[in-house]
Design a protein around this ligand. Sequence first.
Ligand code: AMP
Ligand code: ZN
Length: 472
Amino acid sequence: MKNLYLFNTLSRRKEKFIPLENNKVKMYCCGPTVYNYAHIGNLRTYFFEDILKRVLLYNSYEVFHVMNITDVGHLVSDADEGEDKMEKGARREGKTVWEIAEFYTEAFKKDLSELNILYPDIWCRATENIEEQIKLIQCLEKKGYTYITSDGVYYDTSKFKDYGKLALLDIEGLEEGKRIAFSEEKRNKTDFALWKFSPKDVKRQMEWDSPWGKGFPGWHIECSAMSMKYLGETFDIHCGGVDHIPIHHTNEIAQSEGCTGKQFVRYWLHGEFLIEEKGKMAKSAGEFLRLPVLIEKGYSGLDYRYFMLMTHYRKKLKFSYVALDSAKKGFNNLKNEILELKDVIKKKEVQVPDYGDEKMSLWRERFIESINDDLNVTEGLGILWDMLKDGKLKPEEKLSLVDDFDRVLGLKLIEVEEEKIPKEILDLVEKRRIAKLNKQWEEADKIRDEIKAKGYEVLDLKNGTTKVRKII
Ligand code: AMP
Ligand code: ZN
């Protein structure tokens, strides 16, 4: 097995990946809050996690992958104040919270399918694991980490020795800069809600009894409770977007390690943001960019996947239609190369001497070396292109390597098929052939343009035959 190196946010270094248990990897990814559609920025994070999972699988690890669905408790403000995003979403649409949770969960899964992202082995909903969350809060209470205010049960972050180690937070600096408003009753600025009481004046749609009173869980507790439920008190990989480092994941560590006294997660991985030309990508602005909008404009989910493949996950990526167009073009060229290969194989046109299996192994090695260097699939994609140009590989060998590399790239390359050419086009091609035969060059060119206007191109091959294909 080759060495795999991953950048661990905990150490801010690339580390050799060694799972806790032989070749089994346990991985948890923070999922969506289902009060609205995912924007294409959110999807970049799930794409990066998909690449991580595919690289692990390529390295012959068995991966057990859990993702949560946040359907309660994520408040509009990160300071544990304001309305629950779910209740707000339900009011906006005149539906129940349960209905919008169902609707946006399905929309999210559809987005993942369009992007050819592998589903997790377990989807878990916060609302289906309330008991586990209450138990974890009780554990923290027993160990003296909690206190109660007029609106909930809070975590006293000054009691947890290493609070902020993931984000390298300057806690003292934060304490000094207390200008940012925070609830009078909070003991420390970084304290956060574990359980919030239902407001007295408003009836919430989602609320549960607890030892502390009727209410609902804070946002961070669900991920600690559910990840440990399915993966154990210590597991291999936890991931999400970079925005989760200073608050959400920092709080998850405080909750889990506060209760168990053991290391919670061994490798923390975070994906950088997708940004728009005008700056941060946000849902609050009303209209926002989501995958179905791109699809309506004529791009496929896989075009967007190719676009994302061209930038390493730890670099910011700026979205623009110009950049997306250029990715789409690159992807189309790649698909055309594969169609050519399939054609050549069918016709057995090209004979390449046998250079032996070693040639293929070398390409495989180059590929795995790139992807195992902190998921450098961008370089991996370049290697795929270089491999296609290697004159010493037989077409069948190339196609087999395409199939192999695509286990990681996930572009469905082997499924690319020539579409059946309509009779109308074939008739025009025949008309052009006759025009050429009669040396009516102008007429032949005119027909070629006509064919092009209908979305097809004619290629005159060296051996005197012609080939027609759809312009993709
Ligand atoms: P949310 O539904 O807001 O909890 O976000 C879902 C995931 O998307 C989280 O892992 C976030 O870190 C991530 N995320 C949010 N905004 C962006 C962005 N602009 N680019 C990449 N990932 C993002
Ligand atoms: Zn989470």
